[in-house]
Design a binder for this molecule. Structure first.
Ligand SMILES: *[C@@H]1O[C@H](CO)[C@@H](O)[C@H](O)[C@H]1NC(C)=O
Ligand SMILES: *[C@@H]1O[C@H](CO)[C@@H](O)[C@H](O)[C@H]1NC(C)=O
Ligand SMILES: *[C@@H]1O[C@H](CO)[C@@H](O)[C@H](O)[C@H]1NC(C)=O
Ligand SMILES: *[C@@H]1O[C@H](CO)[C@@H](O)[C@H](O)[C@H]1NC(C)=O
Ligand SMILES: *[C@@H]1O[C@H](CO)[C@@H](O)[C@H](O)[C@H]1NC(C)=O
Length: 542
């Protein structure tokens, strides 16, 4: 604790709602208290420019682990315990993965040393220092690294690599893989309200139900070498992760960035997944958020050193180019990027957004080049139009229902919509029974019967679905505001309950039994400071 208090001095950590005499303890106490009220914990970390950038980054990680260690422990147990651990049955794959990660870290380290004045590698180094601080502090082994960074390949790096691993498993021939065929990961909708009254941006994470311990985070770094983009991101995140992972970010640059996963179904492309010359997706994502001023900048920076892992459709909304009520928008409002191994395509899609009034994203590539190259034609041939851009159930539901979105409430209703038993668009050809809980904006795969017949993995019964909803608007984003719901949808279907589900034996430490929570207004900006820091006596540790 003595060592820790030195590092804590670097910060004013403002963590949370409940008053508590001890700063270090409060985060944890709050995490539990809030958890049962709103299912989100909140974390804000502010660093001071009195300290050099390296210390700020390392200490930011150290402080985060100190205040969230219990959540980190539970989240590790729920989601990563045993992953390439001592009792793994996947030792061949794990050896290959370890070699891959180690070589990649080495290559990254070399670039950092070779190019000390590059803003890109400078931010990569700070992000790795933050990760190092997080892990050292959790293990109670704080020691500011002065030489090259030594990162444990199977430590907290795995929390950051969760998306990258989906593809590394395929590229490195893991025999049983996380991702069933066609498994969706996230829905997103960007909706221009009639007469350009507002621009709403929303995202549903789709994931395993074991990953539902959540933290809303806001970082405020005061790096002396300050990039032009944003050092103050607000984002939905997880214990132990220093980026979003969902992904959903509100940035001080005026950008809102988000993605849904498109994956890669063409095995011939895995040869582009190499440990040298590449930067893993989670790092490219952090660096692009920090350095980019415009959507195009963001896409350019993110495209460098494509790892071919965590292959996503990214949407970059630039609110600097939006004024409510004004209809003569020139462009630069909206950029869409798609990544697969060996290839990235991005263009400005402002015109299409203005023309159609919305952009929907549902795990299927938009760009024909990407669609073709990643093996989607073969999927359509083999399994039918479910895999096509226009006929996928969510494409059709978004198309039909987006016209009814006129305000924040109707947007939330659509993003939480799952009426699979009644809605004809949720029907699955070739499934018995035909109604399928996956075929909705917010999936509930747990509700598909175990003894059903399904043409491919994604449609089976699984502990998987939409696990949250986040939404921001022109009026909210400027103060880091959003609406957020945690847990699977229960608007038209019964709430998910661990003990009544087929998954009661899956580890879900720290979860409530029944997930039935309403949307809350989250504000991580000025209003939050007033509410949390002043009226509720959140003490600064100085
Ligand atoms: C930052 O400060 C620490 C502690 O004083 C020092 O060890 C380190 O070399 C400094 N880093 C840089 C990049 O100046
Ligand atoms: C994975 O398997 C394919 C096909 O058997 C092979 O060509 C490739 O080299 C393997 N990759 C690795 C990393 O072992
Ligand atoms: C993609 O594939 C479709 C179907 O095979 C073909 O008609 C189309 O020309 C291809 N487009 C591109 C850009 O390769
Ligand atoms: C979506 O459209 C269907 C069919 O019109 C309707 O029954 C349903 O209520 C709509 N859902 C939402 C959330 O608007
Ligand atoms: C699946 O199980 C349910 C209830 O356990 C039963 O009613 C139904 O007939 C079964 N369906 C099939 C196809 O076996």
């Amino acid at each position: 604790m003595f060592k820790m208090s030195f590092w804590l001095m670097v910060f004013s950590v403002c963590c949370f709602m409940t008053p508590s005499p001890k700063g270090e303890v409060r985060g944890i106490v709050f995490g539990l208290v809030c958890f049962f009220v709103c299912l989100w914990s909140f974390l804000e970390i502010t660093t001071s420019s009195q300290y050099n950038d390296s210390i700020q980054a390392y200490a930011a990680g150290a402080v985060e682990a100190a205040v969230t260690s219990q959540l980190i422990y539970k989240h590790w147990m729920n989601t990563l315990m045993g992953y390439c651990g001592p009792f793994t049955t996947q030792s061949g794959y794990c050896e290959r993965l370890k070699a891959f990660i180690t070589t990649n870290l080495q290559w990254v380290q070399e670039q950092i040393e070779k190019q000390p004045s590059s803003p890109y590698w400078y931010q990569v180094r700070l992000a790795l220092l933050q990760l190092k601080g997080l892990e050292d502090s959790y293990n109670d082994q704080l020691s500011f690294p002065t030489g090259p960074l030594c990162i444990n390949p199977f430590g907290f790096l795995l929390f950051q690599l969760s998306g990258d691993l989906e593809d590394l498993e395929s590229a490195l021939n893991k025999s049983s893989q996380i991702r069933p065929l066609g498994s969706g990961s996230c829905s997103a909708l960007i909706k221009l309200l009639p007469n350009n009254k507002d621009l709403l941006v929303s995202h549903d994470t789709w994931s395993t139900y074991q990953s539902m311990l959540r933290i809303m985070k806001k970082y405020m770094f005061a790096f002396r070498v300050s990039p032009l983009g944003s050092l103050s991101p607000a984002f939905s995140s997880y214990p132990g992760a220093i980026f979003s992972g969902d992904d959903f970010y509100i940035l001080s640059s005026g950008l809102v960035t988000l993605e849904t996963t498109i994956g890669n179904s063409n095995p011939a492309l895995w040869k582009f997944v190499q440990p040298s010359g590449t930067v893993m997706e989670w790092l490219r994502n952090i660096v692009a958020n920090r350095l980019a001023v415009t959507g195009k900048d963001w896409a350019e920076i993110f495209s460098k050193y494509n790892s071919g892992t965590y292959n996503n459709q990214w949407m970059i909304v630039n609110y600097n180019h939006f004024t409510p009520g004004k209809t003569d928008i020139k462009g630069e409002l909206f950029v869409v990027l798609e990544q697969i191994p060996g290839q990235i395509v991005y263009t400005d899609k402002t015109e299409e957004l203005l023309k159609k009034g919305y952009w929907a994203s549902y795990n299927i590539p938009y760009y024909e080049d990407i669609f073709n190259a990643s093996g989607c034609n073969e999927l359509v041939e083999k399994f039918g139009p479910w895999f096509s851009k226009d006929q996928n159930p969510r494409a059709q539901i978004f198309r039909r229902n987006q016209t009814a979105v006129t305000d924040v409430d109707s947007m939330i209703r659509l993003m939480r919509y799952n009426n699979f038993k009644e809605d004809p668009l949720s029907k699955c050809e070739g499934c018995i029974p035909p109604a399928n809980g996956e075929n909705a904006i917010s999936a509930r795969s747990d509700l598909n019967p175990a003894n059903g017949t399904y043409p491919f993995g994604a449609l089976k019964q699984r502990p998987h679905g939409g696990t949250d909803m986040k939404m921001t608007s022109y009026w909210m984003f400027r103060d880091y505001g959003m609406m957020a719901v945690s847990g699977p949808t229960w608007d038209q279907v019964p709430p998910f309950q661990w003990s009544a589900s087929p998954y009661t034996d899956l580890l879900h430490m720290g979860h409530p039994d029944t997930w039935a929570f309403k949307p809350i207004k989250v504000c991580l900006g000025f209003c939050w400071k007033i509410l949390m820091c002043v009226s509720l006596h959140c003490v600064s540790i100085e």
